[in-house]
Structures are given as structure tokens and as C-alpha cells.
Design a protein around this ligand. Structure first.
Ligand code: ZN
Length: 162
């Protein structure tokens, strides 16, 4: 087991999410995507195979087939070659969950500061009495940005093309 596995999180790697190719893949019936890049002064040229599955509610979604183990995955990580999270050997178990949980925790912390009821479902409240306007704007801006992140993460999870 390389040392990299325990000391790095998946966030340290360049990511390649299939959703980035959604528009391109919608055009045709691609079986693979060609890659040609340099990484740490080595050049890489190869194609990554794709797999296509149907969605329950119509349309379909594409997956990468990991160039190393050929398992289906929506995200590849750059270790020279792009490979799946299993092949990169990162200790990903909790890390994949953490970012979004962390965002939700932060959202709730912001809601408390703003005196809003906890839980995004309650929507945006108003400026609490006695809070400085600039403080309020700062908190609301952060709140908006984090909400957008959560929304994007949910979209990535669905990842369907129609
Ligand atoms: Zn793999």
C-alpha cells in the first residue's frame, strides 16, 4: 500500500467527472474519449472507455470504465493515468460523504447565526434585529454559495442526459 493512500484525500487529485462531458456525449454515441495530456513531465495519450446505462425515468447516463480495473465510475482521479477511486487507493470511505455533510452543517450554522429555523426547507429568512447589515450580507452570500454547491452536488449525482 503506497504511503499516498493514507496521507492524501481524494480532494488532492485532479478529478474528471463524466458530467463534464454530458453535452458532448449527447451529440453522438461515443464509446470512448481520447485523452492527450502531460502530467508531471510525462505525456499520456490513451482513450478511456465509456459505458452507458438507462435511467429509471428515461434518458441514459454515461460512466467511465476505469482504465485500470474496468469498473464503472462517474469520477476518475489523476495519478498520471486517470483511475477510479478504488485504484487510486485513497481512503475515501468517509471523505466522499464528508464534503456534502460539512456543507449541510455549515448551512445550519449560518442559519443559526441568522436566527433562521434550521433546515434548508424553511427557506431564506430576514435580517435579524440588531445584526449589522454588512454582517448579514456576508452571511447570506456564503449561504447562497453553499446552497448552490449542494444543488450542483445533487445534479452531479443524478448525472442523467436526456
Ligand atoms: Zn479502477
Amino acid at each position: 500500500m503506497p504511503a499516498i493512500a493514507m496521507t492524501h484525500s481524494l480532494d488532492d487529485y485532479l478529478k474528471l467527472n463524466i458530467s463534464r462531458y454530458r453535452e458532448q456525449l449527447r451529440q453522438g454515441n461515443a464509446q470512448s474519449i481520447e485523452f492527450n495530456y502531460s502530467y508531471r513531465s510525462s505525456s499520456y495519450q490513451y482513450s478511456i472507455q465509456l459505458s452507458k446505462t438507462s435511467c429509471n425515468y428515461g434518458g441514459h447516463r454515461y460512466w467511465w470504465l476505469c482504465p485500470k480495473c474496468h469498473k464503472r465510475t462517474s469520477t476518475l482521479y489523476c495519478a498520471g493515468l486517470y483511475v477510479c477511486r478504488h485504484c487510486i487507493g485513497a481512503n475515501y470511505g468517509s471523505q466522499l460523504q464528508q464534503p456534502i455533510d460539512r456543507i449541510f452543517n455549515r448551512l445550519n450554522t449560518l442559519r443559526s447565526k441568522l436566527g433562521w429555523q434550521r433546515g434548508a426547507i424553511h427557506g431564506i429568512g430576514s435580517r435579524p434585529k440588531g445584526m449589522h447589515h454588512s454582517t448579514y450580507i456576508k452571511l447570506v452570500n456564503e449561504y447562497d454559495k453553499l446552497s448552490a454547491d449542494v444543488w450542483q452536488a445533487s445534479l452531479d449525482k443524478l448525472g442523467c442526459t436526456r
